[in-house]
Design a protein around this ligand. Structure first.
Ligand code: URA
Length: 200
C-alpha cells in the first residue's frame, strides 16, 4: 500500500487481503461505510457475523445502538459520518482480535483516515483506542484523557456492544460524545456556519 493510494485501489486491496489468517474465515472483508469527506469518524473493533454477511460495519444490535448515539448528536450514518473498524475481517466466534491482527490491518484504517481527514475521531472500545493510540491503558482511564491521532483530536468511549451489556455506563458514553461534539464545534471554521451537528 502506498501513501498515494486512493479509495478504489484501497477497497480492492482490502477485499483481497491475506495479511493475516482471518481472511480464511471471512465471507467478505468489511471495508467501512459513509461519507468519504465526513468530519466525524467512528472506529470500532472488527466485524461480527451480521457485518460479515452484509459487508457493512455495525449493522447488528451494537450498530442499532450506534445509530441511536449518532441520532442523539443530530447525526446520521452516511451523512458527514464515516464508520470503520480496526480489523476488516470477522474473527472466529467473534473473539477479540489479537494485537497481531490489529497491527496487520491498521495500515488500511490509517489510509482511510488520511483520505477522509475527519475533524474528530471517536474510538469505540479498548481495541480501537489501543490500536489508534498505540497504548495499553484501560478504557476507563483512556476515556478521561485528551488524545490525538496525528493532529486530529480523538475521543475514547465505550464500545456500543459493551453499553448493551452495561446500560448504566450509557450516561458516561453520552458525556464522551458531548466532549467530541465540543471538539467538533471548536474545530469548525467560523465562515462555514456549520458546527458539525444537524439542525434540531
Ligand atoms: N462491533 C464492531 O466493533 N464493529 C462492527 O462492525 C460490529 C460490531
Amino acid at each position: 500500500m502506498t501513501d498515494e493510494m486512493g479509495w478504489t485501489p484501497l477497497r480492492e486491496q482490502v477485499a483481497q487481503c491475506q495479511r493475516c489468517h482471518l481472511h480464511q474465515g471471512r465471507r467478505q472483508a468489511v471495508f467501512g461505510v459513509g461519507d468519504e469527506q465526513a468530519r466525524w469518524l467512528f472506529v470500532g473493533e472488527a466485524p461480527g457475523a451480521e457485518e460479515d454477511q452484509r459487508g457493512e460495519p455495525f449493522v447488528g444490535a451494537a450498530g442499532q445502538l450506534l445509530d441511536q448515539m449518532l441520532r442523539s448528536l443530530g447525526l446520521k450514518r452516511g451523512e458527514d459520518v464515516y464508520i470503520a473498524n480496526v480489523v476488516k475481517c470477522r474473527p472466529p466466534q467473534n473473539r477479540t482480535p489479537t494485537d497481531e491482527e490489529c497491527a496487520a490491518c491498521l495500515p488500511y484504517l490509517t489510509r482511510q483516515i488520511a483520505l477522509i481527514q475527519p475533524a474528530v475521531i471517536v474510538a469505540m472500545g479498548r481495541v480501537a483506542a489501543r490500536a489508534l493510540l498505540k497504548t495499553d491503558g484501560t478504557l476507563g482511564a483512556l476515556r478521561l484523557q485528551q488524545h490525538h491521532f496525528g493532529d486530529i483530536p480523538l475521543v475514547v468511549t465505550w464500545h456500543p456492544a459493551y453499553l448493551l451489556r452495561t446500560p448504566a455506563d450509557k450516561a458516561k458514553a453520552w458525556e464522551d460524545l458531548c466532549r467530541a461534539r465540543r471538539l467538533m464545534v471548536s474545530r469548525c471554521t467560523p465562515h462555514d456556519g456549520n458546527d458539525g451537528t444537524a439542525a434540531a
